[in-house]
Design a protein around this ligand. Structure first.
Ligand code: FES
Length: 90
């Protein structure tokens, strides 16, 4: 099984790769405590650093171009295209 990795406070947590489901929903389903609010790409609360892998992100303004360039993504409106590694930054 292919996996994703989430780093929270230097602890690495693994969860399954699901290309059909948002990273936020998959992480929550497997007990990973990611922050969120709107779940629709507006608020930016679910922003995480994408350290490895690729995602498809369809947001609604909750992240700036600079943040995207710096490899940040919104977990609520991103689905993984490959196994990913994300780091929680807030
Ligand atoms: S929870 Fe609001 S942008 Fe993701």
């Amino acid at each position: 099984m292919k996996i994703n990795k989430c780093i929270i406070n230097k602890e690495i947590i693994e969860f399954p790769l699901d290309k059909e489901t948002s990273i936020l929903d998959t992480a929550l389903k497997f007990g990973i405590d990611l922050h969120y609010n709107c779940r629709a790409g507006f608020c930016g609360r679910c922003k995480v650093l994408l350290k490895k892998g690729q995602v498809n992100m369809d947001h609604s303004g909750g992240i700036s171009r600079t943040e995207i360039k710096d490899s940040y993504i919104l977990a609520c409106c991103s689905t993984p295209l490959t196994p990913i590694e994300i780091e929680v930054i807030n």
